[in-house]
Design a protein around this ligand. Structure first.
Ligand SMILES: Cc1cc2nc3c(=O)[nH]c(=O)nc-3n(C[C@H](O)[C@H](O)[C@H](O)COP(=O)(O)OP(=O)(O)OC[C@H]3O[C@@H](n4cnc5c(N)ncnc54)[C@H](O)[C@@H]3O)c2cc1C
Length: 398
C-alpha cells in the first residue's frame, strides 16, 4: 500500500515539477525566498505541491498515529522519491521543501509527544506552516555539538538565548526546531538532571525575542532562503521541549542528520541524471570538425563517466532505502554514501559543463546551475571531510 502511495506521490510531484515549477523556476531563483507583492512565491509553490499531494489529510492521520498508511513518513523512501523529482527541475526548491517536511516536520513526528505531533508536526507536514531545523551556529559548524545556544530553566518554562547560522528556510519559517544546551542548576529538585545536555526545543515566529536575517546571497540553491536566527531571551513554556526530556538531543540530531544524508544522496542522483540527459542531447546535436561532438572519444569518455556516477549513486540510494527499511542503517555506510554521491554529483555536473563548452558556462543551458547547486551537497548535512572522518572513526572502533 505505501509503495503504491509513494509511486503516486512521485508521479504527482513529477507533474508539478514539469508543469508548475519549470515555469516559475527563474522567478523563484531570482526571488530567493524573499517576499513579493503577493507574498513569498516559494511558500505559495510549496503549498501548491502539498495540496496536490493531499498532505493535509495525510498529515492529520499520521500526526494522530505515526504508523498510519504503513508508516509512510517513517523511512526515507517517500522523501527520496519527492526530492528526486523536484531536484531535476529546481534543486533549491527540493532543499527548502525537504528542510520543512523532513528536517523539521518529520523530526517532530518521530520524537514529539502526541500533543506536539498534532499541534506542531501536523501543520508543518501539511505545509500550513513552514518549518526549519537549526543545529549549526557561528562557532559550531562541523563541531556542531559544541553549540552555545542556551536554554535556561525557569519556574514555569525555558528562556532561550543564542544564535543559529546557515539555517535553510529561517527567513520564511513559522516553526523552528532549535537545539540548545540546557542550563538547569536546580534540576535535581525539579526533574531529570539535564544541566549541560543538548535538547531540541519548539519555537514559533511570534515568540518575542526571536528574529531572523534576510536570505543570504549564495553560490547555488538560490531559490532556497538560508539565514540566521537570533534568540534574545525568548521565553517559552515547559512543553516546548521536544519529546521526552530524558531522551538524548544529540541522538535526535544525529538521527535527523542520517535522514538528511539519505535525502541529499537522492538529490545528488537527480542532479547527475539531469546532467547526463542535457550532456547527451547536446553531444548528439552539436557539430564540430564536421561531425557531432558525440563522435569524439574524449567526449564519449566524459559521458560514460557521468553514466557510471549515475548508476553508482542509484545503487547507493536504493541500498540506503533497503537498510532503513530493514532497520540496519549504519553510520559508516550512510556517511560513505553521502560523501560518494555528493562528490560525484559536483564532478558530473562539471563534466556536463565541459561537454557543453561555452554554452555550458552560460546560465540558460542549466548545467552551470546544477554544478553550483551540487556543491552544497558536499557541505550541508556535514562536509565531505567530516563524512570521511566519521567513516574512519567507525572503522577504527573497538
Ligand atoms: C545552504 C546551506 C544550508 C544549510 N542548512 C542548514 C540547516 O537547515 N540546519 C543546520 O543546522 N545547518 C545548516 N547548514 C549548515 C551546514 O550543516 C554547515 O555549513 C556544515 O556542517 C559545515 O559547517 P561550517 O560551515 O561551519 O564549516 P566549518 O565547520 O567551519 O568547516 C570549514 C572547513 O573545515 C573542515 N573541517 C572542520 N573540522 C574539521 C576536522 N575536524 N577535520 C578536518 N577538516 C575539518 C570542513 O570539512 C570544511 O572544509 C547549511 C549550510 C548551507 C551552506
Amino acid at each position: 500500500m505505501s509503495q503504491t502511495m509513494i509511486h503516486e506521490a512521485a508521479s504527482i510531484t513529477r507533474r508539478f515539477a514539469r508543469e508548475v515549477l519549470l515555469e516559475k523556476r527563474s522567478l523563484l531563483e531570482k526571488q530567493g525566498g524573499a517576499p513579493a507583492a503577493e507574498g513569498v512565491p516559494l511558500v505559495a509553490a510549496m503549498r501548491a505541491l502539498a495540496s496536490s499531494l493531499g498532505l493535509r489529510d495525510l498529515a492529520q492521520d499520521i500526526a494522530l498515529d505515526p504508523s498510519a498508511h504503513d508508516g509512510l513518513f517513517a523511512g526515507p523512501a517517500l522523501g527520496a522519491a519527492l526530492l528526486g523529482e523536484l531536484t531535476r527541475v529546481l534543486p533549491g526548491f527540493a532543499l527548502s521543501f525537504g528542510a520543512s517536511f523532513g528536517l523539521c516536520g518529520q523530526s517532530i513526528l518521530r520524537r514529539g509527544t502526541e500533543a506536539q505531533r498534532t499541534q506542531w508536526a501536523r501543520p508543518v507536514l501539511a505545509f500550513e506552516r513552514i518549518g526549519c531545523w537549526a543545529l549549526t551556529e557561528p562557532e559550531a559548524g562541523s563541531d556542531a555539538f559544541s553549540l552555545r545556544t542556551r536554554a535556561e530553566r525557569t519556574s514555569d518554562g525555558w528562556v532561550l538565548s543564542g544564535e543559529k547560522s546557515f539555517i535553510t528556510n529561517a527567513p520564511i519559517a513559522d516553526t523552528f526546531v532549535i537545539f540548545a544546551r540546557v542550563h538547569d542548576t536546580a534540576s535535581a529538585s525539579s526533574g531529570p538532571a539535564l544541566h549541560g545536555q543538548i535538547r531540541p526545543f519548539l519555537l514559533e515566529r511570534s515568540d518575542r525575542g526571536l528574529t531572523t536575517s534576510a536570505p543570504l546571497d549564495k553560490m547555488g540553491m538560490r531559490c532556497s532562503p538560508t539565514g540566521s536566527i537570533a534568540l534574545d531571551a525568548v521565553h517559552i513554556p515547559l512543553d516546548r521541549l521536544l519529546g521526552d526530556p530524558e531522551e538524548s538531543g544529540k541522538r535526535a540530531a544525529l538521527e535527523t542528520l542520517l535522514f538528511e544524508r539519505a535525502g541529499l544522496s537522492a538529490m545528488a542522483l537527480a542532479i547527475v541524471e539531469e546532467s547526463l540527459q542535457l550532456a547527451l542531447a547536446w553531444a548528439k546535436e552539436r557539430k564540430q570538425f564536421g561531425q557531432p561532438i558525440a563522435q569524439f572519444q574524449a567526449v564519449q569518455l566524459r559521458l560514460a563517466r557521468v553514466y557510471a556516477a549515475q548508476e553508482t549513486i542509484r545503487a547507493l540510494v536504493e541500498q540506503g532505502t533497503r537498510l532503513f527499511e530493514s532497520g540496519e542503517t549504519s553510520l559508516a555506510w550512510l556517511c560513505a554514501a553521502k560523501y560518494t554521491a555528493s562528490t560525484l554529483a559536483t564532478e558530473s555536473a562539471m563534466e556536463a559543463v565541459q561537454i557543453l563548452g561555452g554554452t555550458g558556462y552560460c546560465t540558460d543551458a542549466r548545467v552551470e546551475g546544477l554544478a553550483r547547486d551540487a556543491k552544497l551537497l558536499e557541505i550541508g548535512g556535514g562536509t565531505s571531510d567530516i563524512q570521511l572522518l566519521a567513516v574512519a572513526r567507525e572503522l577504527l572502533k573497538g
